[in-house]
Design a protein around this ligand. Structure first.
Ligand SMILES: Cc1cc2nc3c(=O)[nH]c(=O)nc-3n(C[C@H](O)[C@H](O)[C@H](O)COP(=O)(O)OP(=O)(O)OC[C@H]3O[C@@H](n4cnc5c(N)ncnc54)[C@H](O)[C@@H]3O)c2cc1C
Length: 375
């Protein structure tokens, strides 16, 4: 039911403009308005703050369907009602923070961004160097951040900072910073291989003063933060990969049915039939893994192993499927007259964002060695 409604909206409204948004590097914010008009902007925000309060499984389906039409729109949803910042505010924010931000996010009127990475702190989050030093009722922030998706649109940022000189993760916490705060600047657009329309940018802080009550995760609270975000590993990143890979296979099948060589449709060549079959096997294996992880997350039973296995498999599956989609379409697959090259570019970064596939493999191996996995 939810899947049917969101698929209809996404295919009708988001798919037609997806190529132009990518080509023009223009975040399709109008799609968030469409979601809001149809009651889908605040999907993960609790009902008392105007959201739908949907569970992990439904949220995953919505992200998958939106991404099937436009991956950039799904990334923007992460900045309104479906992403890490609203989930953290809903889980541990003060009443004041919840009332201030969540109702507007639920209407798609306020965008949030999540900023962890720095020039010298990527996988190694414990090396965050941006400092927030207490001064009376305020914190003074100095430093810079990298790769912040949605930065160019965001009204409010959840920023990981060093709140305490204790080295490593123990000194790191998180603070909310609003656009326009003196001493805070959003940098120029960062141009990656894909996801061109997410407004990604660096952030700069120079003696930026923020009220002390904006600290949302105190120093040493990173474990709590990552617990909240465990579900997000299922809902966001791999759901988008699954949606894009589904679109790639659907469109490749349509193309190869139509295209004729040697007087026959491409689908009549057994070599291509097997390639298409392999794409379907890979896609369905990924879907099964991700849906199982989402069901466990919805039941509060998601283990780090489930989340990492699903993320790694679906990230890598989407690279294989979108790559094969290009191959079966020949040079047209590489042309920007068709969506295949965009699908391929859009999924590539997901194996790096939200924990690289290597970091997730570390986590899988750790669980195995600890005896938390029985083959
Ligand atoms: C599309 C996209 C969107 C993003 N959005 C955001 C965002 O909104 N906010 C934000 O804060 N960040 C964002 N990021 C940044 C992302 O979180 C980082 O890229 C990621 O944490 C990896 O850090 P890094 O790029 O510095 O790579 P590094 O950590 O330097 O890693 C480089 C390589 O070394 C490997 N490596 C590192 N440590 C280990 C280890 N212990 N064991 C084995 N291998 C290791 C990595 O797997 C990788 O292959 C985004 C990235 C992408 C691609």
């Amino acid at each position: 039911m939810i899947r049917d409604s969101i698929r209809k909206i996404a295919q009708e409204h988001f798919k037609p403009g997806a190529a132009a948004a990518d080509r023009e590097y223009r975040p399709p914010v109008e799609n968030i308005k469409v979601l809001a008009d149809n009651g889908f902007a605040g999907v993960a925000i609790p009902e008392e703050y105007g959201g739908l309060g949907l569970g992990v499984f439904e949220l995953m389906l919505i992200m998958e369907e939106v991404s099937r039409a436009c991956a950039n729109t799904a990334m923007l949803m992460g900045g309104t009602g479906g992403g890490p910042t609203p989930r953290v505010i809903a889980a541990v924010g003060t009443d004041a923070l919840k009332k201030k931000f969540l109702p507007k996010m639920a209407k798609g009127e306020l965008f949030a961004a999540w900023s962890m990475s720095e020039p010298n702190a990527g996988s190694d989050v414990g090396n965050v160097q941006t400092k927030a030093i207490r001064d009376g009722n305020e914190y003074v922030i100095n430093g810079s951040k990298m790769w912040c998706s949605g930065a160019q649109l965001a009204d409010v940022f959840l920023v990981l900072v060093r709140l305490d000189p204790t080295p490593g993760m123990k000194g790191v916490g998180a603070i909310m910073i609003e656009r326009g705060t003196p001493g805070f600047e959003v940098g120029k657009h960062l141009d990656l291989i894909g996801l061109h329309a997410t407004g990604m940018a660096p952030l700069y802080f120079e003696d930026c003063r923020v009220p002390a009550e904006n600290v949302i995760i105190p120093a040493g609270g990173m474990r709590k933060l990552f617990e909240i975000l465990d579900d997000d590993r299922v809902v966001g990143n791999p759901s988008i990969c699954l949606g894009v890979a589904s679109a790639a296979l659907e469109d490749a099948l349509a193309y190869t049915r139509e295209r004729k060589q040697f007087g026959r449709a491409l689908t009549e060549f057994q070599g291509l039939q097997w390639k298409l079959a392999d794409m379907a096997i890979d896609l369905e294996a990924g879907r099964t893994l991700l849906y199982a992880a989402a069901r466990k997350a919805a039941a509060g039973q998601l283990t780090p192993m489930d989340a990492s296995v699903a993320k790694v498999y679906v990230n890598e599956m989407s690279q294989r499927v979108t790559n094969s989609a290009i191959q079966v379409c020949g040079a047209y697959g590489l042309s920007n007259e068709f969506p295949f090259e965009r699908y391929y570019r859009d999924v590539r970064g997901f194996a790096i964002g939200y924990g690289t596939t290597e970091i997730h493999r570390n986590s899988i191996a750790r669980e195995m060695i600890l005896g938390n996995y029985k083959p």
